[in-house]
Design a protein around this ligand. Structure first.
Ligand SMILES: [Zn+2]
Length: 363
């Protein structure tokens, strides 16, 4: 472990906790019925380029993904600059590998022999791969409509799969494995949900540094979002760069969602409700949101953006005509730019990064 990891702080009540595993987030807030993520604190963090909890983590070569300048798209959208951060270039084809590297490495250091998770897509495949690399067992709870290629990929990496009728019914199974059978939590299992294990989410922080080094400090970053691990992790990266004096302001982080969840949660200030909807944007589906998503939006000054399946499909075709394969939910980030431009939040001076979370190779 990183010897400078000094503790964790609740993002809701600011209580402090010693370094340990908190897959259910802040114990105090959980008891009060408000699941809330913890964020890692490091001693003399300013001196560190980008601190993460596990040093020398298991790796399959994740991170340092390409960031493509897309001037034609920028011109078409009426913004100053537009970049595509291609997280699809990670070893199993999605951003999840960054989290899996930290999380699975921590599981092994903590003495766990198995990781349990609820996922019917990229997270399950990524955790299965990193568990194989770390020689840990993986138990993945999937939904019965899990795409065959996702299911097959998890099985090829040796994961044990259990199928459930719907998304929410997977969580009690994972909860039982983690609380009663010694499994290490690879995803949330609470309802209402909390962010994934904070050590895993820290794995997304280097995205901020990679962006700063390749395209400078953008004004806006657009992130496809379900329960907000990626959104919050990228925020934590920029927050570190701000606190260590590398940048003078934060970029705004915007959350793309297929139907109103965060926008409604933001209006009430409560992320615990379920707002279900139907969508083909498989990787960001589901009716739940999290406090960490709301915090990433409010602390960075960003906004939720609803993108319909039709608008996402149109954006997907535009990207394909440029030679870029994207998952529908990743293409939704491009459609979100048009919406943000129309609402006046983006203009000709904006420099915008789209996080292309996956190429959809197993969709
Ligand atoms: Zn708390």
């Amino acid at each position: 472990m990183n010897p400078s990891l000094s503790g964790l702080r609740c993002i809701r009540c600011a209580s402090l906790w010693p370094p340990a595993d908190y897959p259910e987030g802040c114990p105090s807030c959980l008891e009060a019925g408000h699941p809330a993520s913890l964020e890692c604190l490091y001693e003399s963090s300013a001196a560190q380029t980008m601190p993460v909890p596990v040093l020398g983590a298991v790796t399959l070569g994740e991170g340092d993904t390409p960031c493509l300048d897309a001037p034609a798209l920028a011109q078409a959208e009426g913004v100053g600059q537009l970049w595509l951060k291609c997280e699809s270039a990670n070893p199993t084809g999605s951003h999840k590998d960054r989290m899996a590297a930290q999380l699975v490495s921590r599981a092994r250091l903590a003495g766990a022999t198995r990781v349990a998770a609820a996922s019917s897509g990229n997270a399950g495949v990524s955790l299965a791969a990193y568990c194989a690399a770390a020689r840990l067992e993986a138990d993945i709870a999937i939904t019965s409509n899990c795409p065959p290629l996702q299911r097959e990929a998890m099985q090829r990496f040796g994961a044990r799969l259990t199928a459930f009728e719907d998304s929410l019914s997977r969580w009690p199974h994972v909860e039982d494995l983690c609380r009663n059978h010694g499994a290490f939590a690879g995803t949330n299992y609470l309802n209402p949900p909390v962010g994934t294990h904070p050590y895993g989410v820290e794995g997304y922080k280097p995205i901020a540094l990679e962006l700063l080094e390749t395209c400078g400090l953008p004004t806006d970053i657009v992130v496809p979002t379900a329960r907000g691990d990626l959104l919050w992790g990228i925020f934590l990266g920029w927050q570190h760069l701000l606190q260590s004096g590398r940048i003078a302001r934060l970029p705004r982080l915007h959350a793309v969602e297929p139907y109103a969840r965060l926008s409604r949660a933001r209006a009430t200030g409560d992320a615990r409700k379920i707002w279900d909807g139907v969508t083909d944007q498989y990787s960001i589906a589901g009716g739940t949101s999290t406090l960490q998503s709301l915090e990433a939006l409010s602390r960075s000054g960003g906004t939720p953006v609803e993108v319909s399946d039709a608008a996402a499909a149109q954006a997907q075709q535009r990207l394909e005509r440029m030679g870029l394969a994207t998952e529908l939910s990743s293409a939704a980030a491009l459609a979100a730019v048009s919406r943000l431009r129309r609402s006046g939040l983006l203009d000709a001076e904006s420099s915008v990064v789209l996080i292309v979370t996956s190429d959809g190779r197993r969709g």
